[in-house]
Design a binder for this molecule. Structure first.
Ligand code: APR
Ligand code: PHB
Length: 401
């Protein structure tokens, strides 16, 4: 088999790239290690920036999102047992975000690709990528019980944090920058109405909590827990009690969350990581394969969508004009946005969580930063601009000369 672009991984990055290439008249093959049901059920975050919504619409995958997505004009910050609202449109000149689960994005993209697109193979595990520096890279993969070969003009590694394509960039030119955090998230899905009509990010003496949602009847809730936590140590009632305690305010004493059946429960580690450069020869990295962020800033899916939008435009430019100029700029273009999101995710994470080694000085700094956001429109706008995301095509500014 031969194709123009071999895409390794059928998560949001790989699937969206395949759609954008298809619409530009460029053929691709997506190879996904897992089966369709697994990919469609994996629970991930659910906040989409305007640029991500635009990319999904451009890919033809905006119809259900426009019907079922929940538009959010702000978030609530809870700290000092009080609430402060950050109003996105007022602070950013009209920008907002959408609540629409990544699992739903993935389902929409898979349905489109299977009905009208190039090959999307499940249970197809890529074993090796050879010839990155040659005009005809070769991808070997296991499918239907045997090893198969795909030749191509380009390979894009959309194979996530544990993928193999990153390893194709030789160690001599590859650098990975990383941070781990001394806490994780315990996340649940519950058949309970959202706590409030916007997301609540809570700083408390007992640790961080986040009240999010999937629909008007389903809540997605998170608690900071120690690394290595076994979800079995958190029976449902303990989770609800802890959410009540961390989300409590003095303005509504005795307030309790509405409880419901817990339908999923898992522990998520937190990590920041960036691999540079995001390209070697004819092999490109996109999404979690190149970078990950802790979920506090809700940037993971948005960064993946931004990478593949930039990459699809670069392939289309090459196809139309013969110029590789945009492909050559891919890594630098993406890394500007990646580092901005890395900074913001780190900022949100360290401002809101309690480090086990935290002392009064650290807590004083966190509360001072939160007070600043609550009292200065400049500080609030900085958060709002980052949360709602930069439009694509606007580079994070650097020196002008
Ligand atoms: N061969 C084929 N497929 C592979 C291989 C391989 N060797 N290794 C990994 N994969 C597949 C995984 O099974 C997975 O479906 O690559 C896909 C990678 O998808 P994601 O991990 O979802 O990564 P990405 O598409 O970059 O999406 C980023 O996911 O982790 C979240 O918060 C993150 O929302 C962000 C989004
Ligand atoms: C989610 O709904 O899963 C979610 C929302 C916001 C975040 C992280 C996760 O910052």
């Amino acid at each position: 088999m031969h194709t123009t672009v071999a895409i390794v991984g059928g998560g949001p990055a790989g699937l969206l790239l395949a759609r954008l290439l298809h619409n530009a008249g460029i053929d691709s093959v997506v190879l996904e290690r897992r089966d369709r049901a697994y990919v469609e059920q994996r629970q991930r975050a659910g906040i989409l920036e305007q640029a991500t919504v635009d990319a999904l619409r451009a890919a033809g995958a905006g119809a259900r999102l426009d019907r079922e997505g929940l538009v959010h004009d702000g978030i609530e910050l809870r700290f000092r047992r009080r609430t402060h609202r950050v109003d996105f449109p007022a602070l950013t000149g009209g920008r907002r975000v959408w609540v629409y689960a990544q699992t739903e994005v993935v389902k929409d993209l898979i349905a489109l690709q299977l009905s009208d697109g190039g090959p999307l193979l499940f249970d197809a595990e890529v074993l090796t990528v050879e010839g990155a520096a040659t005009p005809r890279p070769v991808v070997r993969y296991a499918h239907e019980g045997r090893e198969q070969t795909l030749t191509c003009d380009y390979v894009v590694g959309c194979d996530g944090f544990h993928g193999i394509v990153r390893g194709v960039v030789p160690e001599s030119v590859r650098t990975t920058h990383e941070r781990t955090y001394p806490y994780s998230w315990l996340g649940i899905l519950a058949e309970a109405p959202p706590v409030y009509d916007e997301l609540i990010y809570a700083h408390s003496e007992r640790g961080f909590a986040l009240a999010s949602m999937r629909s008007p009847t389903v809540s997605r809730l998170y608690l900071q827990v120690p690394n290595g936590t076994d979800p079995a140590d958190w029976p449902d009632e303990r989770i609800w009690d802890e959410l009540d305690a961390r989300l409590a305010t003095d303005t509504e004493p005795g307030w309790r969350l509405e409880r419901g059946a817990v339908t999923a429960k898992s522990v998520l580690p937190m990590r920041s990581s960036v691999t540079e450069p995001m390209r070697h020869g004819r092999v490109f990295l996109a999404g979690d394969a190149a970078h990950i962020v802790p979920p506090t800033g809700a940037k993971g899916l948005n960064l993946a969508a931004a990478d593949v939008t930039v990459l699809a435009r670069a392939f289309a430019h090459l196809d139309r004009t013969g110029s590789a100029e945009l492909l050559d700029a891919y890594s630098d273009t993406c890394l500007r946005r990646v580092w901005r999101a890395e900074h913001f995710s780190y900022f949100m994470t360290t401002m809101l969580h309690t480090d086990p080694a935290q002392d009064g000085f650290d807590t004083g700094l966190q509360l001072s930063q939160l007070d600043r956001i609550a009292t200065s429109p400049h500080a609030a706008a900085e958060l709002a601009e980052n949360y709602t995301g930069l439009p694509l095509g606007v580079p994070a500014a650097g020196p002008s000369s």
